[in-house]
Design a binder for this molecule. Sequence first.
Ligand SMILES: O=C[C@H](O)COP(=O)(O)O
Length: 253
Amino acid sequence: MSPPGDHVRKAVIAGNWKMHMTCAQARAFAASFRPLIADLPDDREVVLAPPFTAIPTLCRHLAGAGVAIAGQNVHWEESGAYTGMISAPMLLEHGVTHAIVGHSEPRKYFSETDEQINLRARTAQKTGLIPILCVGESDDQREARETERVIHRQVEQGLEGVDPLRLIVAYEPIWAIGTGKTCAAEEANRICGLIRGWVGHPEVVVQYGGSVNPATIDMLMAQSDIDGVLVGGASLDPVSFARIANYQVPVPA
Ligand SMILES: O=C[C@H](O)COP(=O)(O)O
């Protein structure tokens, strides 16, 4: 665990739009968002993961605004007979720099396994994308006190052969996603610290995700082992996501 307040790693504030936003909506978002992040301190980076169809629009309309663009997933093959899938070269062609892998929604709805997620992360890195590996326990697993065991397995299997220095890990407790129940900042910090230890490199960027909003961001970012956030619902509104990106760590009394 890092000493309190010791933020040597650059913060990464990421938004995941999931299956929201047409190109017209992405364009309107970009127009409102751009001036609101014009004066961000240089201790942080902003990343947005729109649906694949809105990537070219967002890249064009946020060009020069200092916002990196992520894919919401990436296939482990660079091309092939995989109907409906998107590969790393297809993302890179548009200027995409990051790719989310192992989010709990594709794990649940498309039965993604840790082995597949590991292949996605490895291909992402091999082709030059930074993988954002999501890990986290369900409500039942938390009740059964299996949180550490589940996340340890996801980290160990998901990151086999992956370089910790070109990687982001997002701790997203499933029970906190889209529910309005943010994990207590101290508990999120504890798990993020464990993840850093399991990854085995002090420089790895570890985010928290799960109902992050403008009211909770400052306290989350005050934690020593939380290097950023992965935001779903609150990233769809430019004012609310800009407030999150402009977080201010409270000064201790
Ligand atoms: O990828 C983002 C997470 O699933 C969090 O979503 P949420 O902020 O809507 O809870």
